[in-house]
Design a protein around this ligand. Structure first.
Ligand code: ADP
Ligand code: MG
Length: 244
């Protein structure tokens, strides 16, 4: 498919005898915003983790730019730099200030000079509205501020796609809006994004496609209008009834 950047075919993953992903087929085009929804335990995080090889799939293909990365493992670190990941729990380096959080990966992994890394970090801290906190430690920040730093850190690596795993689930309600606002801006600016979230209004507004997972399979994959207003499957209707 033209412009397809990620193309997953027949992906499977088990933990012991528990089949967590079953024959997943899923693709993302350049510039597309795809939101993954579904009940807790349905396999959403495992799907993201298989995508950036934090987990090794048992079977199937993970094609990136037309190449199956599972059979081209020689450059795993190179591959991982193409995908920026934002986690529910931020995963900031708590003993480093905001700026260092955003430059260490650039210097270590991408071998950028400190000056260059700093310039790039400052640019993205500006994008997320955290410029004035450059010397703060994570412990001095609210959850929403930490998550915006985590987003700036991911952006500073200039990834080709961004993966978000429930980025607002650990936040106090009054912080959620700021983080969603930043993500909306990124979506509008053409970033390729895969977002796991329970924020249904946000999903409806920003997504090109919504994917609903249930017990390790994709039960629905369509536009927000198709999935929210004209769901094809009973399981989707049941989920939406609970979630909306
Ligand atoms: P979701 O993100 O949709 O809540 P997950 O992908 O985290 O779902 O988990 C799907 C299922 O896989 C759950 O039943 C979970 O307990 C199980 N699981 C996830 N990671 C592991 C692991 N490392 N070892 C064993 N079971 C796991
Ligand atoms: Mg999860």
């Amino acid at each position: 498919m033209e412009n397809t950047i990620i193309d997953i075919k027949n992906l499977s993953k088990s933990f012991g005898s528990h089949e967590v992903l079953k024959d997943i087929n899923f693709s993302v085009k350049k510039g597309e915003v795809v939101t993954v929804i579904g009940s807790s335990g349905s396999g959403k995080s495992t799907l993201l983790r298989c995508l950036n090889l934090l987990e090794t799939p048992d079977g199937g293909e993970v094609n990136y730019d037309g190449k199956n990365i599972l059979t081209h493992m020689e450059n795993v670190n190179d591959y991982r730099t193409k995908l920026g990941m934002v986690f529910q729990q931020f995963n900031l380096f708590n003993n480093c200030n905001v700026l260092d959080n955003c430059i260490l990966g650039q210097m270590k992994v991408l071998k950028r000079s400190k000056d260059e890394a700093k310039k790039i970090a400052e640019e993205y801290l500006q994008v997320v509205g955290m410029s004035q906190y450059i010397n703060a430690r994570p412990a001095q920040l609210s959850g929403g501020q930490k998550q915006r730093v985590a987003i700036a850190r991911a952006l500073s690596m200039k990834p080709e796609a961004l993966l978000f795993d429930e980025p607002t689930s650990a936040l106090d309600p009054e912080m959620v809006g700021d983080v969603l606002q930043v993500m909306k801006k990124l979506a509008k600016d053409g970033s390729t994004m895969i977002i796991v979230t329970h924020e249904m209004e946000f999903a409806r507004e920003v997504s090109d496609r919504i994917v609903l997972m249930d017990k390790g399979i994709i039960v629905e994959d369509g536009t927000p209008d198709e999935v929210f207003n004209h769901p094809k499957h009973e399981r989707t209707k049941a989920f939406l009834k609970r979630a909306l």
